[in-house]
Structure formats: C-alpha cells, structure tokens
Design a binder for this molecule. Structure first.
Ligand SMILES: Nc1ncnc2c1ncn2[C@@H]1O[C@H](COP(=O)(O)OP(=O)(O)OP(=O)(O)O)[C@@H](O)[C@H]1O
Ligand SMILES: [Mg+2]
Length: 349
C-alpha cells in the first residue's frame, strides 16, 4: 500500500532533525491514525540516508514484564569479533535503519547481569558518540512506549529512561529521540511529569481531516477499483468511518466485491454491538458508573469533541482505557476514537 500525504507532519519531523537535538518528541494520536506508518515512511523514503542512523525499536511485538525483557528488546546481539560501530557501518550500507543497538554476545550478558541501567546507558552513549564522530546523526525511535509505562526496577524504568533521553537531547545534543504511543492516558502522565517540562514536545498524528480523507478515498478508489467514486459515495463513506486511514482502506477494498451500503452498515453494526455489550457489562457490575458513563457519552450526541474536564476524571479514564474515547491532553479535548464509535454512540444513547 502506497503511503498517502502527511506532508505537514513529515516536514515538521524533517525540520526537527535538521537542527541539533534539544527535546524528546512524543508522537501521539488516536488508535490506528497512522503514527507508525508515518515514521516508517520517513525512515524508508524521506530521510537523507547519508546523514542519519536510525534505531527503530517497536515494543509492540514483545512481552515485557521485567527489566531484562526490555534490555533484550533494545539490543541486537552479534557474534563476530568486531567493534559495534564496525557492525553498524556494515549494516547501514543500504539503509540507515537498525532494529536494535548492536552488542557483542558477552557484553549483553554482562549488561544483563549488572541489573542497573547505568552501564546500559553508558554503552549506548559510547555508540552514539562513535556514530557522531563518523559524521552521522543518530536517531532513536521507540514505538509503543506505553508498554513499559508501569515497569519497575528500583524506581519506574520509564523515569530512568526519560532522564537518559534528556541527557542525550537537552544536555549533550547527541541524538534525536522520538517516542510513539496511542495510549492517551500514558501521554497525559508524560505531559504532567514535572521532570519533562520544557524538555519534551508533542506532535499530534490525528486521523485525516475531511478534505484529506476525501482525497485519500479518491486515491484508493482509483488505485484499487480503477474508478472515481461519486461525491455522494465519498460523503457517505466519510460520514461512517471519518478520516481513519485503516478504515477507509477497508471500505474501498471491500467495494471490489460488496455494495457500499452493506459494507458501511456491517461495520457500524459491529461497532455498535461491541459498545452495547460493554455497556451491558458495566451496568451489571456497577449501576452508578453506568449512569455516569451514559451521561458522559450523551455529550457526543450533539458534539464530536468536548473539553476534557467536561467529563468526570474517573469516567473519562474508564472510557479512554476502553478505547471508546481519545483524550488529547495537549489540546485539552476528548472525542470518540473513531467516527464509527461516534455513530454507534449516537444510535445507542
Ligand atoms: N498516510 C497513510 N497512507 C496510507 N496508509 C496509511 C497511512 N496511515 C496509515 N495507513 C494505514 O493504516 C494502518 C494503520 O496505521 P498505523 O499502524 O501506522 O497506525 P498507528 O497510529 O501506529 O496505530 P496504533 O495506534 O495501533 O499504534 C497502516 O497499516 C496503513 O495500512
Ligand atoms: Mg503504531
């Protein structure tokens, strides 16, 4: 699937990495808005390959329940009798992208045995310094960072990590750092973290706005269906699934074999059923909470988004955790995770 648009976000990120590293950047946005796809597009097609070395580490694929798990994800072991920077030079000949920090087998064992982040961070810093000496700029990208949000060693691991990232960016200006997360409660915690004040910045990767979504529908229908859709059809698709790329792709793909009305009604019904059963479960467990949730959701009958504090904190966090609502802490607004959920709310409540 060819990547579409996001020129504004791409240019913002490319311009950030042109300057010396100063902040930790958090890319946040609703579920499936295209955060990972955006970063991949930049790495694969938009980055000056002679200038940068990217370490992209996606925590999604791993089960991380203890310190060692996380360290093993950060690193990529190798057996050859070479220095890490030599290994890196060999690896970045065709692509600037690495999926872990190279480490000789014995060294990794030592790092794991010591059980402190100090040695780990020192090892990484040395590699970053070598990369800089060779004339390239290192970039660390951690995808799905919320996965280690609750992990404790002595203190929370995430604080040690943030401290380290502050030293790499604000203090040493050595390496760009980008963290991605769909978890808006995690982003809220990060945003309220005193330690990160003035040391972090935030980039919203939202679902496409209407104009872009309409163009994306054109782009896909021409590529997948070999035809243009009518304005009514495009409006109808947008009214059901909004600007979430993955849902638009799903609709257009299905249009090869199914009728548009059928596809959209099926998708909406599916979302509605899930929400209905969730509400039923809540009601069974806690009638009070149920009433509050209905009250909160009914705000969306008339509005697509409301100010975050309009909804009581406990209820807000519940609905965000269940992926019904997306909280944008930076803007201070809250809205359904998708148009499908929004439509389901309007029907059910
Ligand atoms: N700009 C785009 N052009 C084409 N396809 C896109 C674009 N953005 C997203 N997609 C499609 O949507 C899918 C989901 O996007 P992606 O996984 O990047 O979302 P995400 O925001 O990282 O999700 P999560 O919230 O789960 O981390 C991608 O696999 C891709 O098929
Ligand atoms: Mg992602």
């Amino acid at each position: 699937m060819e990547f579409f648009n996001r020129e504004k976000e791409i240019n913002e990120i490319l311009s950030i990495i042109e300057f010396e590293p100063n902040f930790i950047y958090f890319l946040y946005g609703p579920i499936n808005s295209g955060k990972t796809a955006l970063i991949n597009e930049i790495i694969n097609n938009r980055l000056d390959k002679d200038k940068y070395v990217v370490f992209y580490i996606n925590l999604r694929r791993y089960f991380i329940s203890k310190y060692n798990d996380f360290i093993e994800v950060l690193f990529e072991e190798y057996n050859e009798n070479k220095k890490p920077v030599e290994i890196i030079k060999g690896l970045i000949k065709d692509t600037p992208l690495l999926f872990g920090i190279p480490v000789p087998k014995n060294t990794l064992e030592e790092l794991l045995n010591k059980k402190t982040t100090k040695n780990v961070f020192r090892y990484i810093t040395n590699i970053l310094l070598e990369i800089k000496k060779s004339g390239k700029i290192p970039i660390i990208i951690l995808d799905e960072l919320q996965k280690i949000g609750d992990l404790k060693i002595n203190d929370f691991l995430i604080y040690e990590l943030f401290n380290y990232f502050i030293s790499l960016t604000k203090h040493k200006h050595l390496c760009h750092v980008f963290c991605l997360s769909f978890d808006s409660l995690f982003i809220e915690k990060v945003y309220n973290e005193a330690m990160l004040e003035d040391r972090a910045d935030y980039i919203l990767v939202d679902d496409f706005d209407k104009e872009t979504a309409m163009k994306f529908i054109d782009f896909l229908s021409e590529n997948i269906l070999n035809k243009k859709l009518s304005n009514e059809e495009k409006e109808l698709i947008y009214s059901y699934v909004g600007g979430k790329p993955v849902l638009i792709i799903k609709v257009i793909n299905k249009m090869r074999t199914e009728e548009l009305d059928e596809i959209l009604n099926f998708m909406l019904n599916d979302t509605k059923q899930r929400l209905k059963y969730l509400l039923e479960d809540i009601r069974e467990e806690n009638e009070e909470l149920y009433k509050e949730i209905i009250k909160a959701l009914s705000l969306f009958k008339e509005n697509h988004e409301v100010e975050d504090i309009t909804i009581d904190k406990k209820v807000r966090e519940f609905l965000v955790k269940r992926n019904i609502l997306f909280l944008d802490t930076i803007k201070g607004v809250i809205k359904p995770q998708s148009f499908l959920i929004w439509n389901a709310i309007k029907i059910l409540i």
